[in-house]
Design a protein. Structure first.
Length: 189
């Protein structure tokens, strides 16, 4: 085990190196470690991982709509990916649960709009992006940690369609979802 002073020094060096690389690349510097972004009406959360295999795994995107909006409880396939609409309260809960998930995040003041999922780079890990009206946060999760990391987010989802889409998304990666009804939304396909 490393002495605390040495491990802190090594950690500080990693943060400095990453910050320098981003600054030199012309992007706004980011903060690593905890997720600090708060959910607002413009928040989107995107999950994307396309492991090697027979078919393409489209991203799952959560978008905020007002209560009573006809898009609430729908999940059409859009240019950004499968887009499930949730309330602001649900989005706040999703972001809070991601904040407490002990994932290392990269944050920036860059405002992003989601483009086509067909142009997303492929990585060996699941990518999570949280974007709102003041910035963006990104992280990656190793495939072996996907089920454990994503499972707590079920409790944030009160909109039935959003929960169903999230659960079927998790099933694609071998996660257990007890009592899942695969036939609940035949328009998914």
């Amino acid at each position: 085990m490393l002495p605390k002073s040495l491990s802190f020094s090594a950690l500080a060096l990693v943060v400095f190196t990453l910050s320098s690389a981003v600054t030199q690349s012309g992007q706004k510097p980011f903060r690593a470690f905890d997720l600090h972004l708060e959910a607002d009406e413009k928040t989107v959360v995107r999950f994307f991982y396309d492991p090697p295999g027979e078919y393409f795994h489209a991203p799952l995107v959560f978008n905020v709509v007002e209560e009573g909006n006809p898009l609430l409880n729908t999940a059409p396939m859009k240019e950004a990916g499968r887009t499930a609409y949730v309330s602001l309260a649900e989005m706040r809960d999703i972001v809070q649960r991601l904040q407490s998930s002990h994932i290392v995040w990269e944050e920036s003041g860059d405002i992003v709009t989601l483009g086509s999922y067909k142009k997303l780079p492929l990585f060996d890990d699941m990518q999570i992006l949280v974007a709102n009206s003041v910035g963006t946060a990104k992280t990656r999760i190793a495939p072996k940690a996907i089920c454990q990391t994503l499972k707590p987010l079920d409790a944030a989802l009160k909109t039935p369609r959003a929960l169903w889409e999230f659960q079927i998304f998790r099933l694609q990666y071998g996660c257990r979802v007890p009592e899942f009804n695969a036939d609940a939304y035949p328009d998914h396909f």
